[in-house]
Design a protein around this ligand. Sequence first.
Ligand code: MG
Ligand code: ZN
Length: 454
Amino acid sequence: MLSLKFLTPFRIIFAISFILAGCTQSADQAGQQQNTTPPNIIFMIGDGMGFEYISAYRYAMSEPGAGTLAPTPFDDLLLGAATTYPDDDTWVTDSAASATALATGVKSYNGAIGIDANKHPQQNMMERARSQGWYTGAISTVHVNHATPASFFTHHPSRKMYEAIADSLATPLQPGVWRFDVLLGGGYRYFSRDDKNWLPELQQQGMTVITEFDQLTTTTTTPVLGLFAAEALPAAIDDQPRLASMTQTALRLLTAKQQQQQQPFALMVEGSQIDWCGHANDIACAVHEMKDFAQALDVVLAYQKEHPNTLIVITADHSTGGLTLGQGGEYAWYSQKVMGITASLEVMTRELLELPRNQWREYLQPRLNLELTEEEWHRIAAVEVPAEAKGRDRQKAIRSAIVPIISSHTRTGWTTSGHTAVDVPVMAIGPGSEAFRGYQDNTDIGKALLKLIR
Ligand code: MG
Ligand code: ZN
């Protein structure tokens, strides 16, 4: 009997083809043997990435009127759609409840991190992976203790317990067993606080801690905690794209682990700020975050080609903003105008607050690149920032003057600054991907993934 235990995935497929070619086994038997090596799982979550965001990205990458669309890495992967509603009477989920559903297969209330509606901790994907001897990792473009990554590793009654979540991430599951091999994103200030600085302690216990983005390429040891910003990383439109390089590093490190011991890995990759741009009703910001996510998907697809025993599943936790491509009765969406915008509203409004009003037009013109009317310029210059407004709320006042102007020039629609209850895309490729076909609930995705971890 041919032992498959110590063969790499490629060799197993080769061996099975060889056996089948000799017709000595039924397809069923061969299937069972292939099943003896579960695939690596790369679970990609576009936070807030409803179908409309994929459409926006596709059109923004294409030339209007050319008659063809630019190819995107999403094109060949769509298998179905998923409902996202939480365990209450609202239909509209937040990222915590939805990530809990995706990571544990159990519905919960908005705000819940890895626990059910009765506050009972539910085993998550990464804990299950660890219990089976798998390697684990996660990547986020916001703080690693934010709702989505937190739900894959920890259990807390509220997503707002940022410090407690950071403490959980920094605490081994059991002595010597970390929750992750690779954890990359932002959130430095939650691990290095006045009341507790985890970083020297973690390093003393053998963890590699990196805080400079450049260190990604030179890191060779795990476990590694990479915290590249005090909180979230900069938005892709304002800075270099980062998700693809973090993904590349995570895959390199996890593959190296695999060469020591033939165990699969589970990696969660989050395009975290698609949602944040949606909350800000910032279409240019959203399209650039989609591009960042698509570039990470390119990296993952290339990896899967080299390592075919890898399952890739892509979905969103919900959609955000009620985005529509087309607005105000006109049959058009001006993707090129969207792509002409060069900064996020977050950065523009922050910087405007530092400038006298008579310089606002000069500042905004080369960033918006839109032909504003005098009336529109006047509306922006006359915006009232309430005297009592503090911090972000001051930016919000300016943003609410600029958003309708960008929206009418580009014909982009938004109905809410929050989330919506629409179904989200489900895409998958690789061994086991058939489980994700059709119409399903987000908990079904979580359950199917947990089943594969054995
Ligand atoms: Mg998130
Ligand atoms: Zn959100």
